[in-house]
Design a protein around this ligand. Sequence first.
Ligand code: FMN
Length: 434
Amino acid sequence: MADLSSNFIGIKSPNPFWLASAPPTDKEYNVRRAYEAGWGGVVWKTLGEEGPPVVNVNGPRYGAIWGADRRLLGLNNIELITDRPLEVNLREMKSVKRDYPDRALVASIMVPCTEEAWKAILPLVEDTGADGVELNFGCPHGMSERGMGSAVGQVPEYIEMVTRWVKQYTRMPCIVKLTPNITDIRKPAMAAHAGGADAVSLINTINSITSVDLDLFAPEPTIDGKGAHGGYCGPAVKPIALNMVAEIARSPEMRGLPISGIGGVTTWKDAAEFMALGAGNVQVCTAAMTYGFKVVQEMISGLSQYLDEKEIALSDLIGRAVPNVSDWQHLNLNYISKARIDQDACISCGRCYAACEDTSHQAIDMSEDRVFTVKDDECVACNLCVNVCPIEGCITMERMEAGAIDPRTGRVVQAEPADWTTHPNNPMALKAAE
Ligand SMILES: Cc1cc2nc3c(=O)[nH]c(=O)nc-3n(C[C@H](O)[C@H](O)[C@H](O)COP(=O)(O)O)c2cc1C
C-alpha cells in the first residue's frame, strides 16, 4: 500500500485527510472518535476570545440541496463559532493531543481584529500542544456582522496585519483560511503570504440562501418566520473550490505557498483532484457530517490504490495538474474532436437529440426508429450531449487525426497546436505581427 503519511508545513499526520473546523471537531468526544476512525488530523472548531459564550439559534441551523436520489449535494448553515467556553475547549484539546501525538491537531481561531486579542489567545493555544493555528477569516454569517470572519477576510490589508501579529506572537505554524466570498481569491492569499503565513486553506463557506418557504415567504432554514443567509458547502461547492485552489497554486507570486484544500471533498478522488491542483492536504466537513467519520476509510484505501496503480508517491501527485491549468487563449485551436454515440449502450431516450437540436448545433440526427447519430459536418464537440446523456460512457468525444478533413469547416486538421494569441482572426495578434 502506498505511503500516505503527510508533512504539511511541518505538521505530520499519518494521512493527508483532516477534518475541517466545524461541528465534527467541536469537542473531545468527537475528535477521539474521528482519530480512531482513521482521520490524520483535525482543525478544532473555531475558538473565540474569553468572555460571554457565543449564542447559537435554537431553530433549524441547516438548509440543503439534494439530488434526485435525495443525496445531499449542498449544505447551508447559520451556525457560529464554538459556543463552548474557551477554557473547556483548551482543556479538551490538550487531553486529546496528549493521547494522539501522531495525529495533527490545529486550532482554528477567530478573535476581534486587535493586536491584544490575538496576543492574548495564542499562548493559551500553544499551551495545549496544538501543532498549529488556522486563522478563520472566512465565516460569512453572524461573526462578520461583528467585524470578524469574512469581514476581515474580504480586506487584504487586515489579513496581512493579523497574520503578522500571529507570526510575531507564536512559533506555531500559521494557516490562513480564506473566504470565497470575494472576487479574486489571489488578493487575500497574497496578503496572507505577505504577512508571513505558512499556508492558506480554502474554501470556507459561500454566502447563500438555499431555498424559500413559499407558505411563510421566508428563507430556509426559517427561525420564527425569518431567515438569514448562511454558508454553503458540500459537493456542490467543489468546482468553485478547485478553481480557487488552482488560481493560487499557479500564481507566480505565490509559488511554493502550501495550500490546504477544502470544499466538497467526499471521496478519495475529490481529494486527489485537490492535490493534483496543488493542495498539500485536504480538509473535510460535509462528507463527515453526512456519512459519519468512517468515510475516511474509503479515502485512505482509494488514494493508496490510485497511487499504487499510477506508481507514484503522494508527493508526486501534489501539484501535478498545475502546469496544465491554462488560460483560454492558450488552448489548442487545432484540436478537433467529434461526438460518438455507442449504439449498444444507447437507450434511445433522446436527451442528446433534444439538447443539441433545441439549444446547440443541430448535430444529432434522429431516425424514425429512434436511432441517434452524430452529423460530423455540424458537430463542434461542445460536449453537451455527453453531459445530458443519462448513460455514462455512451457518448464520447473522438479526436480527429492530423491530416483528416474536418467536414464542418472543410479544413485539414493540423498536427501543430495553435492558440488564440497567434490566430489570424485575433486583432491583437495581427498588431503584434506588424
Ligand atoms: C455547520 C458548519 C459549521 C462550520 N463552522 C466553521 C467554523 O467554526 N470555522 C471554520 O473555519 N469553518 C467552519 N465551517 C466551514 C468548514 O470548515 C468548511 O470550510 C466548509 O464546510 C467546506 O468544506 P465541506 O464542503 O467539506 O463541508 C463550518 C461548516 C459547517 C457546515
